[in-house]
Design a protein around this ligand. Structure first.
Ligand code: FUB
Length: 311
């Protein structure tokens, strides 16, 4: 984070620049973000791999908050594999959403007794916790989705609450899926549905602007972020193309899209940290997101400059 004074003519106006990646002393990945009471809460995975030659080492999730998207407060690791008795590792991508004053944190984990990955959910009364396992069991397990040969198809939860209050859990790797959630946010309400979108890998994210639903996702490998739109949360989804190209030095990508104080932001990760970043040591970055007049989204311009705000 850099603070620069722009000269005498702007003596009383300090421009704060948030360089990308936004944190250089810790590796952060798979961002999810919410806006609550004029504050952005950023939830990230935590890459702890010793180097970029082996694989992910991820044991907990981190929380940050900001009132301007530039200056970030660190809240530390607020949820970890150890908070879920039924899990044995791999704190992969997560997603947080607020409903009726409670904050639900949906997480990817490796299940201890059912082969494969699973999705759990923790709950708290505040966006920074303390969070506790809301069920004592996984909400989604690999044996519920038997139409793939892989055991990592049940990852990357993303929850969306529609205008009528109905919540939906989206997730998947290679096969995108969604299911309705009960009002309690911790149980499925009905069957699991498949989603028809091209070249899907992982990292679903749903947001709505005006009367259009946007479903963005990591596509291909190395991953680009693609997106589709619909007039209904249940689809059909119309493919709209690439939203973000392959991110620097990282074959994975994972996005969060939020609107804050009238501007839209694309939050993602790269392997571009100069402190040893790479495939398994990723870092969160933020750049502006702009819509075209027809509601399509302009290609993200990934920068090292990041976003700035006048204070
Ligand atoms: O961080 C581990 C996995 O890599 C995530 O679950 C995927 O979205 C990809 O970013």
């Amino acid at each position: 984070m850099k603070k620069c004074i722009l000269g005498l003519s702007l003596a009383f106006s300090t421009s704060v620049l948030a360089a990308n990646p936004i944190f250089t002393d810790v590796f952060t990945a798979d961002p999810a973000a919410i806006v609550h009471q004029d504050t952005v809460y950023l939830y990230t995975g935590h890459d702890e791999a010793k180097d970029n030659r082996t694989f992910f080492a991820m044991n907990d999730w981190l929380v940050f908050s900001s009132k301007d998207m530039v200056n970030w407060q660190r809240h530390g690791a607020k949820l970890s594999v150890k908070d879920f008795d039924w899990a044995k590792g791999d704190a992969w991508a997560s997603h947080v959403i607020e409903k009726n004053g409670k904050f639900y944190w949906y997480v990817t984990l490796r299940h201890a007794t059912i082969n494969g990955f699973a999705i759990g959910v923790a709950v708290a009364d505040s966006p920074v916790g303390p969070f506790k396992d809301a069920r004592g069991s996984a909400i989604i397990t690999n044996d519920m989705t038997t139409d793939t040969d892989i055991d990592w198809d049940d990852i990357d939860p993303a929850v969306f609450i529609d205008d009528d209050g109905q919540a939906y859990l989206f997730w998947g790797n290679t096969k995108p899926r969604y299911v309705k959630l009960k009002d309690n946010m911790i149980e499925m309400d009905g069957p699991i549905h498949a989603i028809d979108i091209p070249d899907f890998t992982e990292a679903l994210w749903v947001h709505k602007k005006d009367d259009t639903y946007y479903l963005s996702y990591a596509s291909g490998f190395p991953e680009k972020i693609a997106y589709a739109t619909s007039k209904s949360i249940k689809g059909p989804w119309q493919y709209q193309g690439i939203l973000n190209e392959v991110a620097g030095n990282s074959p994975t990508n994972h996005q969060a899209i939020i609107e804050f104080k009238g501007k839209s932001y694309f939050i993602y990760h790269t392997g571009a940290s100069q402190n040893g970043g790479g495939e398994f040591r990723r870092s969160v970055a933020i750049d502006p997101l702009h819509y075209n007049e027809d509601g399509t989204i302009k290609l993200i311009h990934m920068t090292t400059k990041g976003i700035s705000s006048a204070q």
